[in-house]
Design a protein around this ligand. Structure first.
Ligand code: DOR
Length: 447
């Protein structure tokens, strides 16, 4: 029997900060409390007052395997994840080939069981013609069904109304949507192409992938969900107006419609395009500072339930293309926690609220038992954070396969010191120290 005790921690959990110890036995949290007495052989680790948070659960990442492994792999990006305090991830189906059959989906799980240090789940993909295959998805071991109601990398657009009706009415699982209205985007793009030819400035991205495109699509998704009683989760909201679609009166565990916001949309605004251009080109686009402000309000008012990353790496060379050629997406999973810690330092949100949105809420939203909280009996997925060390994001410390970050050169206060996955220490002060801890996530099906 392996036992380990973390002593002198500031444990951030369920809206409180408690000083105490955490006893870990066989991968689970055995006990939590002040000055725990322990019998038998135990490894003692004195944390000297550092913070301990539940491991981050990121419900939206693109790790590119299979088929785009020149950009990223489950092996490389799961290492980056744990270095950033992310202990569980849910990965998107727009790989090559896309995860449109149960067989292709299971192959991703097989690769992850071999290569992922973090816990993992993979969304089942949808197209205009794979309904029966989608309906065979196992709700106990798959996080959800992903619908691209606007196309992005991998073009998995589902735009056939009958298919959408069928998916929304017949799925007994959570449906996660990317919402941007395709025709609106095409019309906007045509206007910019007519004016600028091949030379469209990156500042046009939020005009092309516009507010209207977002609202038209997300309001359609909400209408469909209300009509059919679907469990809908809308990914990466970016505009002030979309917030009116979401309720903040119902407790999260009872909501049928939930919403996610991503760290880059909470951090950057359209004022950053002149300096960062293609590096922050993503879908949906980063919008105005007013939209960003509204997203913060929506988050703090609980209209937005979850903070995630949409980690979407492309190579540096690919990102050097002009507006039409540079692909959309940016790598973030190693820095989401520290980036949000900066917002804690500046008073945007409390540590407890950050933990709610990055750890507790994803577990509740996706109905993941025994994770996302530091509770006795739960799996020991946790992250040890030094809140005051100052450091700078440097290229040589990036674990992403693509080896770049839009945050290079940015000064951070607060650092991930250790990460534990299923009780195993996997990341220790700058080093990956174990590579075999990741487990397939389990879910409680909708009743
Ligand atoms: O910017 C994005 N990139 N948004 C998405 O939804 C997909 C992602 C990707 O896979 O590159």
């Amino acid at each position: 029997m392996s036992q380990r005790i973390l002593r002198n921690a500031q444990i951030v959990n369920r809206g409180q900060i408690l000083e105490g110890d955490i006893l870990i036995r066989n991968g689970r949290i055995e006990r939590i409390g002040p000055s725990l007495q322990v019998s038998g052989r135990v490894e003692e680790i004195d944390l000297g007052g550092l913070l301990v948070l539940p491991g981050i659960i990121d419900d939206q990442v693109h790790f590119r395997e299979p088929g785009m492994t020149h950009k990223a792999q489950l092996y490389t990006e799961s290492r980056a994840a744990v270095a950033g305090g992310v202990t569980s991830f849910m990965e998107m189906p727009n790989t090559k080939p896309p995860a449109l059959t149960q067989e292709l989906l299971e192959k991703k799980y097989q690769t992850a069981s071999r290569d992922s240090i973090a816990n993992y789940s993979f969304f089942m993909g949808t197209s205009n013609d794979n309904l029966e295959e989608v309906l065979r998805t196992d709700p106990n071991t798959v996080c959800g069904i992903k619908i691209f109601m606007g196309s992005s990398t991998g073009n998995m657009l589902v735009d056939d109304r009958r298919t959408l009706d069928n998916l929304f009415s017949r799925s007994h699982m959570l449906i996660a949507t990317h919402c941007e209205h395709e025709q609106t985007i095409h019309q906007n793009l045509a206007r910019y192409e007519a004016e600028y030819g091949d030379d469209i400035p990156f500042t046009a991205h939020p005009e092309i992938r516009s507010h209207e495109a977002c609202f038209l699509s997300s309001s359609t998704a909400v209408e469909l969900a209300k009509e059919h009683g679907t469990r809908l989760h809308i990914l990466h909201l970016t505009t002030a107006r979309e917030l009116e679609l979401f309720d903040n009166q119902t407790p999260l565990t009872q909501k049928r419609i939930t919403a996610e916001v991503c760290v880059h949309h909470l951090h950057f605004s359209d004022e950053d395009y002149p300096a960062l251009g293609a590096l922050i080109k993503c879908n949906p686009a980063i919008k105005s500072a007013q939209d960003r402000e509204a997203l913060w309000t929506g988050l703090l008012e609980d209209r937005l339930d979850i903070i995630a990353t949409d980690h979407a790496p492309h190579t540096w060379e690919e990102k050097q293309g002009n507006y039409m050629h540079a692909p959309s997406g940016l790598p973030l999973v190693q820095h989401s926690l520290v980036l949000m810690l900066q917002k804690v330092h500046t008073g945007r949100l409390t540590l407890e609220k950050m933990v709610e949105k990055m750890c507790h809420a994803p577990a509740d939203c996706f109905r993941i038992p025994d994770r996302g909280y530091l509770d006795e009996g739960a799996f020991t997925d946790l992250v040890v954070v030094d809140p005051s060390t100052e450091w700078t994001v440097r290229q040589e410390d990036l674990l992403y396969k693509c080896k770049w970050s839009p945050l290079e050169g940015v000064q951070m206060k607060g650092r991930v010191m250790q990460t534990y996955v299923n009780g195993e220490l996997v990341y220790d002060r700058g080093k990956i120290v174990s590579e075999t801890a990741g487990m397939r996530l389990a879910f409680t099906p909708l009743s």
